[in-house]
Design a protein around this ligand. Structure first.
Ligand code: FAD
Length: 374
C-alpha cells in the first residue's frame, strides 16, 4: 500500500491492537483491498507506556483448546507463546504486535498521521501528513492513550498523569493519587512497594466495587491482590471522603490537595492524576454523535450513526451499559466489522468463521456481561 494507491475498500487508522486486529480480520475477506495507517510504528502506544507498567489481563497459551490467549489479536496467535511471558510490559506487547503484522503481511504505513477526514460521494478522503488517500469505508482505531481525561479541578498543571514515566519514578514521603480505579490502584501500589506513604482519593471508591465479575466495573484479580499487599504495609489510605476541587503548591515544596467540604491532604511531590482516558476520536471526532455520557454513539455494527461507512474499533466502544475497554472485549468486534464491510461490498466473508471458532466473535451483544455464579 502507498498513498497513491487507487481508492481502497477500507482504511484503518491506528496500528495498536484494535487496528492490527481489525486489519487482520479485514484481510481475511476475499479480495478486499485495505491499508492501515499509523502515525508512529506498530504498537506505538505500548512503546510509550511507562516502563514499569504491565498488562493486568493475563496471557496464556490456551489456544489449542479453544481458550484463545486473552491478549491475542488474531485467533492463531498468542502473546504468551511469542513473548514467553504472562503479563507483558508495553514494550513486549508492541513486539508481539509487530511480529503479527510481519507474519501475516498486514499492509501498515508507518509515520503517517491522519490530520483530517472528509466524506466524499463514494466514501472518504483521508488527509495525512504525507498526502491524501481515498477509501470507501473507514475504521477509526486511534485508541485513547493520546487523550488523557482532563482534571476537573483547579490546578491541573501541577499534577502528573499516571500515563507518564515521571509519575512512576520513585517519590519520597507522602504521595497522593487522584482516581482509584485500575490505573490509580496500580500506581498507588507501585509507590507503596517503593516505600512511600500513599493516599488514594476517589469519592466513587471503585476499589470497593463488588457489582459482579466484569473487570470494567471491578478491580481485576491481579489488582485486588496487589491492593491487599499494599494495605498490609499500613502505608496505603483509600479515601472516598469527597471530590478533589483544587491542587496547589504549598510551603517547602509540598502540594495541597483540597477536598470539597473537608480540609486538604498534603503531598511531598506533585499529585498523580489517574482519572483515565478517552474517548480520543481525533480527526473523526465530529463524525460521531455522542451519548449522554460523552462516549460515541454507535449502531449495532459499531458504525457511526451520523457518518455511514465509518466504524469504531477499540476501547471506546460502548453499547448501552457494556464497555469494551479490554483487548479480550473489543477484539470480539474485529470480525463483525470486517463482515459488515465485506458483505456490503459483495465479498466472500466465510473465512471470518475462524474468529468465531476461536471465541473471538460476538455478533449478538445480548450474550455479553453474563455473571459468574461463584
Ligand atoms: C494504562 C493502560 C493499561 C491498560 N491495560 C490493559 C490490560 O491490561 N489489558 C487490556 O486488555 N487492556 C488494557 N488497556 C486497555 C486497552 O488495551 C488499551 O487502551 C489499548 O491500547 C487499546 O488499543 P487501541 O488499538 O484501541 O489503541 P492504541 O494501542 O492506543 O493504538 C492506537 C494507535 O493509533 C495511532 N493513532 C492515533 N491517532 C492517529 C492518527 N491521527 N493518525 C494515525 N495514527 C494514529 C496511535 O499512534 C496508536 O498506535 C489498558 C489501557 C491503558 C491506558
Amino acid at each position: 500500500m502507498t498513498l497513491s494507491s487507487p481508492t481502497l475498500d477500507t482504511v484503518v487508522i491506528g496500528a495498536g491492537p484494535a487496528g492490527v486486529g481489525t486489519g487482520l480480520a479485514l484481510s481475511a475477506v476475499t479480495s478486499l483491498t485495505l491499508g492501515v495507517v499509523e502515525r508512529g510504528s506498530v504498537g506505538e502506544t505500548f512503546r510509550r507506556w511507562p516502563g514499569e507498567q504491565r498488562f493486568l489481563t493475563p496471557s496464556f497459551t490456551g489456544n489449542g483448546f479453544g481458550a484463545t490467549d486473552l491478549n491475542a489479536v488474531h485467533p492463531k496467535t498468542s502473546p504468551a507463546f511469542s513473548l514467553g511471558i504472562d503479563y507483558p510490559s508495553g514494550a513486549e506487547y508492541a513486539r508481539y504486535l509487530g511480529s503479527v503484522v510481519k507474519h501475516f503481511g498486514l499492509p501498515v504505513l508507518g509515520d503517517t498521521e491522519v490530520i483530517e477526514v472528509r466524506t466524499t460521494d463514494d466514501g472518504f478522503t483521508v488527509y495525512t501528513n504525507r498526502g491524501p488517500m481515498a477509501a470507501h469505508t473507514l475504521v477509526w482505531a486511534g485508541g485513547e492513550f493520546h487523550a488523557p481525561a482532563s482534571a476537573r479541578f483547579n490546578g491541573s498543571t501541577v499534577v502528573d498523569h499516571s500515563s507518564t514515566d515521571v509519575a512512576w519514578s520513585r517519590r519520597e514521603g507522602r504521595v497522593v493519587v487522584i482516581g482509584g480505579y485500575e490505573s490509580g490502584i496500580d500506581i498507588a501500589c507501585h509507590h507503596v512497594a517503593l516505600g512511600a506513604t500513599v493516599t488514594v482519593l476517589d469519592p466513587e471508591h471503585p476499589w470497593d466495587a463488588a457489582t459482579g465479575s466484569d473487570p470494567s466495573f471491578n478491580l481485576a484479580p491481579r489488582s485486588q491482590h496487589k491492593l491487599a499487599r499494599a494495605k498490609a504495609t499500613g502505608r496505603l489510605t483509600l479515601s472516598s471522603d469527597g471530590m478533589v476541587v483544587a491542587v496547589k503548591p504549598a510551603s517547602s515544596g509540598t502540594f495541597s490537595v483540597s477536598i470539597a467540604g473537608l480540609g486538604a491532604v498534603l503531598a511531598d511531590s506533585r499529585p498523580i492524576l489517574a482519572t483515565g482516558f478517552g474517548p480520543g476520536l481525533g480527526p473523526v471526532s465530529r463524525m460521531f454523535a455522542r451519548r449522554d455520557d460523552g462516549w460515541p454513539e454507535l449502531d449495532a455494527n459499531d458504525e457511526s450513526t451520523i457518518t455511514p461507512g465509518l466504524f469504531l474499533s477499540g476501547p471506546s466502544v460502548r453499547h448501552a451499559g457494556l464497555k469494551f475497554c479490554f483487548v479480550y472485549k473489543f477484539r470480539q468486534r474485529y470480525a463483525h466489522i470486517a463482515r459488515v464491510i465485506g458483505e456490503r461490498l459483495g465479498k466472500d466473508c466465510d473465512a471470518l468463521e475462524q474468529w468465531r471458532d476461536a471465541g473471538m466473535l460476538t455478533d449478538d451483544l445480548s450474550c455479553c456481561a453474563v455473571e459468574c455464579p461463584c
